[in-house]
Structure formats: C-alpha cells, structure tokens
Design a binder for this molecule. Structure first.
Ligand SMILES: [Fe+2]
Length: 236
C-alpha cells in the first residue's frame, strides 16, 4: 500500500504540514521511485482504448481551440444528432478526435479508478486528508494545446505528471497579485501541490497526460469516511 509519506518523499509529512498544507504551493521533484510510479499510471494505448469504448466512459470534457469547455454531461460533445439508442451521457468520438488532432485538450473526469496506480495515489491522498479524492486526466496531443486560462480551484489539488512536459504559473500567495507568481517546468515523476485559493495555469509543452487529484476534506460533523472501494479484485 502506498502512503502519503511515500508519495511526497523525501519531503516529510511534518514539513509539508508546517510549510505547505493550506499555506503555499509545493513541488516534489522527481525521484526514481516517483518517476517509476507516475510513468506507469497510463500509456497512450490505454488512453486511446478508454476513449474509444465510449459506452463505459465515466466522464469526458474537452477544451476547444478557442478555450471553451465542452462536457459530456451537458450534451455538447457532439455535432450530429445522436442515435436513438444512446445513453444519456454521450459523446461523438469523431468530434473528440478532430478536437484532439487540431490541438484541443481532453479531460477524463471521475477517473480515480481508471488504472491501479492512479487509484493507489488517490487512495494515499484521501487517507491522509480523511476526505474524498477524484482524478482528472488532462490530456493533450501536441505542444501548446489549448487549456484553461489562469483560475482558482476550491479544493486542494495534487498534480501528477504522468506523460510529457508541462509548464506552470503558480501564484505565491492568496492575494493572487498579478506578477507575483512562480514559473515551473515539470515532467514525468514531478508532483505539484496547489492549495485551494491559489491561482494557477498549466501550459502543455509537449504531448502530455497530467492528472489533477482534487481532494475534499471531511468536515468535523460529517461522521465516518466513506470513500471509493479501492481494493483491486483479481478476475483473471
Ligand atoms: Fe486548476
């Protein structure tokens, strides 16, 4: 089992809590162990197969070339009329492929159980936070693909670099003043922590898969924690 301490090593949990948690962003630079872990989360063939099996996709979003967000659940990932047998959440594969080849980005949401390793990572984070974690796979096929402009999220976020290179602009304080940010160039094996409330922006530098793991903390009155079943059952 992967613990949060293993995930962020060699930084210690004590150091993370004193200097970063809810206070400031942190970079956990790649180590041999983290690179091995992140590099084996997903390969491009698995990614491609997941999208093609649209009947089983949990969540899908896309960012168009002009920066608009399209979303399976909102019914705008399609250009043509749907077949009458389609399920409620539907996307048109050819439309996604056109967006992909033109330089749009795809986001696989509700994906923390997509592969054993991303489930291990999300599980380590949610046990440490005593909260619930999700995973959003941000995927781009070309350098400088479209992505979200600078924004603020309302959950703490761990950014797992699984394929390719991404540059980041992360603000240094909760004032989020223009000009008061840090530029980071991250690649496979690097982990970035951004506390809720800190403005940030990602710029894909190559074909990439970077995974955002947002985690919602359990509030004191919420009772016992009920998370995803992350046990891996062997059906072979
Ligand atoms: Fe974000």
């Amino acid at each position: 089992m992967l613990d949060f301490a293993d995930l962020i090593a060699p930084m210690t949990v004590v150091e993370f809590e004193e200097k970063h948690r809810g206070k400031a962003f942190a970079v956990f630079p790649r180590t041999e162990a983290r690179t091995e872990l992140f590099d084996n989360i997903i390969d491009w063939q698995q990614f491609s197969s997941y999208i093609n099996n649209d009947r089983a996709t949990a969540g899908m979003q896309a960012i168009t070339l002009d920066g608009r967000k399209l979303c399976m659940e909102q019914g705008n990932l399609e250009r043509e009329s749907r077949p009458n047998w389609s399920r409620k959440d539907y996307y048109e594969k050819k439309y996604l492929h056109d967006l992909w080849t033109q330089g749009g980005s795809l986001i696989l949401t509700k994906a923390s159980l997509l592969t054993p390793r991303i489930s291990m990572i999300a599980g380590a984070i949610e046990r440490y936070y005593m909260g619930a974690a999700d995973a959003h796979f941000y995927c781009s096929g070309v350098s400088n693909a479209s992505t979200f402009s600078a924004h603020i999220d309302y959950d703490d976020n761990f950014l797992v670099h699984a394929q390719g290179d991404v540059s980041w602009e992360v603000h240094n304080s909760f004032e989020n003043d223009d000009g008061d940010s840090t530029s980071l160039d991250l690649t496979v094996g690097d982990l970035l922590y951004i506390p809720k409330g800190i403005k940030h922006r990602a710029i894909p530098k190559t074909k990439r898969i970077s995974i955002s793991v947002p985690v919602a903390e359990r509030r004191p009155n919420e009772g016992s924690l009920k998370t995803q079943d992350r046990e891996y059952y062997d059906f072979t």
